[in-house]
Design a protein around this ligand. Structure first.
Ligand SMILES: NC(=O)c1ccc[n+]([C@@H]2O[C@H](COP(=O)([O-])OP(=O)(O)OC[C@H]3O[C@@H](n4cnc5c(N)ncnc54)[C@H](OP(=O)(O)O)[C@@H]3O)[C@@H](O)[C@H]2O)c1
Length: 256
């Protein structure tokens, strides 16, 4: 059996990545912040599931996770660096400590974990890394003004790392979901925005499937979502930043 690591596996896109990698025959190391990660094995059958509860916004949490991987004494074939969060609201009002926590999870923690994963896979000259970023990487993100840049960082990181890892036989793919029906926007305190309703958003199972298909096809990136999402991403590559910022604010600006 091959082994796959998925961060943010207790919910949403990460949960679907874990479930679908299990269906593809991978043993799973699934990571989440809260105790609900311990239920992951109830949803995946026929493979080994190792749940890890760790705070990936901290160096200690990353080292705790990596110690689990090392104790398994098995090669890691797939790593999905997926855990992330947002914080909605006007930058004037949002809490700085919460923003710094988000940067610690979405950027610093990802880089810390990637360092371990990349060295491990380069030693073996094999492996595949899927980095979940966002269509928000393609636009300014008013009312999520720190979140969007964290996704741009991860997209640029993924594309650069991909080039470096080619000579080691390690693949790197970026998954850019459009708005997806998960806990994400509620957790970000965005219930009072258009993004706050899950009614119109993409199915996380579809987004995960597209990510995994692109990963195994060796693509550099993939937009996650339906045709409208892919059309919107293509449009965003042509519009000016001020126009995109106004368009994004229509969905992210609090209505109350
Ligand atoms: N949903 C969207 O519209 C959307 C669009 C574009 C990109 N994305 C990206 O997709 C990724 C997954 O988001 P999602 O929509 O699936 O969100 P979600 O349903 O809220 O799931 C977030 C996952 O991350 C885990 N997590 C949160 N903070 C953590 C921490 N400090 N340490 C370890 N794990 C932590 C959560 O664990 P607990 O459940 O235990 O808290 C959960 O498993 C994110 O990187 C996000 O930027 C989402």
């Amino acid at each position: 059996m091959d082994l796959a690591l998925i961060t943010g596996a207790s919910s949403g896109i990460g949960f679907q990545l874990a479930r679908q990698l299990g269906e593809r025959g991978y043993d799973i190391v699934g990571v989440g912040a809260s105790a609900r990660i311990n239920d992951l094995g109830d949803h995946i059958s026929g493979v080994e599931v190792v749940p890890v509860q760790a705070d990936l916004a901290t160096a200690e949490g990353i080292e705790q996770l990596w110690a689990v991987i090392e104790r398994l004494e098995r090669p890691l074939d797939v790593a999905c660096l997926n855990a992330g969060r947002s914080l909605g609201g006007a930058f004037l009002d949002t809490d700085l400590d919460e923003e710094l926590q988000m940067l610690a999870l979405n950027v610093t923690g990802q880089v810390r974990l990637a360092k371990h994963v990349v060295r491990h896979m380069a030693d073996r000259q094999a492996g595949r890394i899927l980095i979940t970023t966002s269509c928000s990487a393609l636009t300014p993100t008013p009312y999520e003004s720190i979140y969007g840049p964290t996704r741009s960082f991860m997209l640029s990181f993924a594309e650069g790392l991909r080039e470096e890892m080619k000579e080691y036989g390690v693949g790197v793919t970026a998954l850019l979901p459009g708005a997806t029906a998960t806990d994400f926007h509620q957790t970000a305190g965005m219930g009072n925005t258009k993004f706050g309703s899950n009614d119109w958003k993409n199915d996380p199972a579809l987004v995960a499937e597209q990510g995994l298909d692109a990963l195994f096809a060796g693509e550099d990136h993939v937009i996650g979502g339906d045709q409208a999402t892919r059309d919107d991403a293509a449009l965003n590559r042509t519009l000016s930043d001020p126009v995109k910022a106004t368009k994004f604010a229509q969905a992210s600006r609090p209505t109350t």
